[in-house]
Design a binder for this molecule. Structure first.
Ligand SMILES: Nc1ncnc2c1ncn2[C@@H]1O[C@H](COP(=O)(O)OP(=O)(O)OP(=O)(O)O)[C@@H](O)[C@H]1O
Length: 258
C-alpha cells in the first residue's frame, strides 16, 4: 500500500523568523510531487520537517495515521521515510555496488562496513542484497559502473548512485533536495526521466525540491507551490505552473499570463 503523509497546520519558526506557517497538505500515491517556489519560500524547511531532519515547531505530520514528528532518526528510516543529500557521501575506495549496499543499513544492527564485508549474521541474505543492488543499477542505467570505484565517477553518476543507495533502503517516501544542482543540461534531463520512472517501478512516493522548471515539468505529476512559508497552489504540475500567481512568485513575472 502506498504511503499517506498528512501534514496539518505545520509551522516552523527560527527565533523570530516564520519559515513555514499553516501548511496543510496530504502527500500520497506513487508519483513525484514537486515543492516549488522562490528563494526563501520554505521548500527545504518543509522537506526537512517531513523527513525528520529538523522537526517542526508547530503542527503535526502523520504517516498512515501515525504521528512522525517525534520519531527518532532510526524510526524515520524504519518507517521508509528516506532523505537523500545533494553531496553523496560515498565510500570513495569502494565499488558502486558496495556503496549501494550501504542503503541496507536500516535492516541491520551491524555497521555498514561489517555488512559489506560479511559479518556472519548478514551472510545468508547477501545474495538477495546483491540481486537488489543490481536491480537498482539496472533501473538507473548504471550497470556498467557496478564494479567502478566511487572515486572514478562523474558528479552526475554519483547523484544516481546516491539515489540507488536510497532505493536499497526500500523507501516508501523519498525526499530529494535539488538532486540536479550542478549537473549539465543532458544529465539533468536524464535525471528527470529517471525520477519520473521510479515511483511506478519501485512503488514509492518522491517529494522533490527543485528550482529548474524543466525538471519540474518532466518529473513531477503534482506540484505544491510555496510562497513566504505558506501553500500558494497545489495540483497537477501543468495547472500549478500555469497559474498567474505562481508565475509571479516563482518566475518573477509581473504580468503573467496562464
Ligand atoms: N536553520 C535556520 N535558521 C534560521 N533561519 C533559517 C534556517 N533555515 C532556513 N531559514 C530561513 O527560513 C526561510 C525559508 O528557508 P528555506 O531554505 O526553507 O527556503 P527555500 O525555499 O528552500 O529557499 P532556497 O530556494 O533559496 O533554497 C528563509 O528565510 C531562511 O533564511
Amino acid at each position: 500500500m502506498s504511503a499517506v503523509l498528512e501534514v496539518s497546520s505545520l509551522g516552523m519558526r527560527f527565533g523570530g523568523l516564520v519559515a513555514l506557517q499553516g501548511v496543510d497538505v496530504t502527500l500520497e500515491g506513487e508519483q513525484v510531487i514537486g515543492l516549488i517556489g522562490p528563494n526563501g519560500a520554505g521548500k527545504s524547511t518543509l522537506l526537512n520537517a517531513l523527513s525528520g531532519f529538523t522537526p517542526p515547531t508547530e503542527g503535526t505530520v502523520r504517516l498512515d495515521g501515525r504521528e512522525t514528528t517525534r520519531f527518532t532518526p532510526q524510526q524515520y528510516t524504519s518507517a521508509g521515510l528516506v532523505r537523500s543529500f545533494q553531496t553523496a557521501q560515498l565510500l570513495e575506495d569502494e565499488t558502486v555496488v558496495s556503496n549501494l549496499l550501504l542503503g541496507r543499513q536500516r535492516f541491520s544492527h551491524a555497521g555498514p562496513v561489517r555488512q559489506i564485508f560479511g559479518w556472519p549474521p548478514h551472510l545468508k541474505s547477501e545474495r538477495a542484497w546483491l540481486d537488489q543492488a543490481y536491480a537498482a543499477l539496472d533501473l538507473l542505467g548504471l550497470l556498467e559502473f557496478a564494479d567502478a570505484r566511487a572515486s572514478s565517477l562523474s558528479t552526475a553518476t554519483r547523484r544516481l548512485v546516491e539515489i540507488g543507495r536510497v532505493l536499497l533502503a526500500e523507501p516508501r517516501i523519498v525526499f530529494l533536495d535539488e538532486p540536479a544542482a550542478g549537473l549539465d543540461a543532458a544529465s539533468r534531463e536524464h535525471l528527470a526521466e529517471v525520477l519520473r520512472s521510479l515511483p511506478g517501478r519501485v512503488g514509492c512516493l518522491i517529494v522533490l525540491v527543485e528550482h529548474d522548471v524543466n525538471i519540474v515539468r518532466r518529473a513531477c505529476d503534482r506540484c505544491i507551490a510555496l510562497s513566504a512559508g505558506s501553500v500558494l497552489a497545489d495540483g497537477p504540475t501543468d495547472e500549478v505552473l500555469a497559474r498567474p500567481d505562481v508565475r509571479v512568485a516563482y518566475f518573477g513575472e509581473s504580468d503573467a499570463v496562464a
